[in-house]
Write a protein that binds this ligand. Structure first.
Ligand code: G3P
Ligand code: CA
Length: 243
């Protein structure tokens, strides 16, 4: 089973922050790190899961209604250690470049199914190319149309299609969006493993801190593999891998 850090090491550190990514990058044996991007009012690509800043910062309202300068003032309101701010994807790429060059992968999820964030595909592809990191990136989205746009911008881009049910992921993939990997919810594996053999199947878990709570159950990775899952996005990858 291949293990990804979901929003960085987001169990112990505030999700989608430089610290959460720095800690994940220290874990040997980790296949990659997953994060989410949204666009500010002035077109900056920032790393934050929700469309709104309310849950993870001391601010309120939509990311799209903030300029980057305004957004940067907000403090990430939980966690430990040094104060955190919402990072740009460029800052994250800079932080991770040495590890990405060593083979670590980065899954950039375009959070564009609520707001389509016109131009986001062009911006992210341009930045990734500018940094020479094309081979290290897996792009994903719930929007098949967005993946199709990405493919049009970079024929070599590796794409993963998101949905809850693996059958819906497969349906979208077969629609020609260019995805080669399925990114379903772990509890929605509604197809037999034999039908999934030719794909990377990267499963995600609902919500922050679930299910890898410190006192919670440890996942049975073997049982997940038997369902055809090849990779998992975990909030607490350090629990399953040594540093
Ligand atoms: O990309 C996998 C997973 O992160 C999708 O769910 O809500 O955590 O972005 P969410
Ligand atoms: Ca995500």
């Amino acid at each position: 089973m291949k293990i990804w850090a979901h929003r960085g090491c987001s169990q112990r550190y505030p999700e989608n922050t430089l610290t959460a990514f720095e800690k994940a990058a220290e874990i040997r044996g980790l296949i990659g790190i997953e994060l989410d991007i949204q666009l500010t009012k002035d077109g900056e690509m920032v790393v934050i899961h929700d469309e709104k800043v309310d849950r993870t910062t001391d601010g309120t309202g939509y990311v799209k209604d903030y300029t980057f300068r305004q957004l940067r003032v907000l403090q990430i309101g939980y966690g430990e250690g040094k104060p955190e701010r919402i990072p740009t994807i460029e800052e994250v790429l800079e932080l991770l470049t040495p590890r990405l060059k060593e083979g670590l992968k980065l899954n950039i999820e375009l959070k564009n199914s609520v707001f389509s964030y016109r131009g986001m595909e062009e911006k992210i592809v341009e930045l990734v190319h500018q940094k020479g990191l094309q081979k290290s990136i897996v792009y994903s989205s719930f929007s098949a149309l967005s993946l199709e746009r990405l493919k049009g911008l970079d024929r070599e881009a590796e794409l993963g299609i998101l949905d809850r049910k693996v059958s819906d992921c497969l349906y979208k993939l077969k629609g020609g969006c260019g995805a080669v990997a399925l990114h379903p919810h772990w509890r929605d594996m509604d197809l037999p493993a034999e039908q999934l053999k030719e794909y990377a199947v990267r499963a995600w878990f609902t919500g922050h801190l679930y299910p890898e709570k410190p006192t919670g159950t440890v996942l049975d990775l073997k049982a997940l593999e038997e369902q055809g899952i090849t990779d998992v996005f975990l909030n607490e990858p350090e629990r399953y891998l040594q540093k």
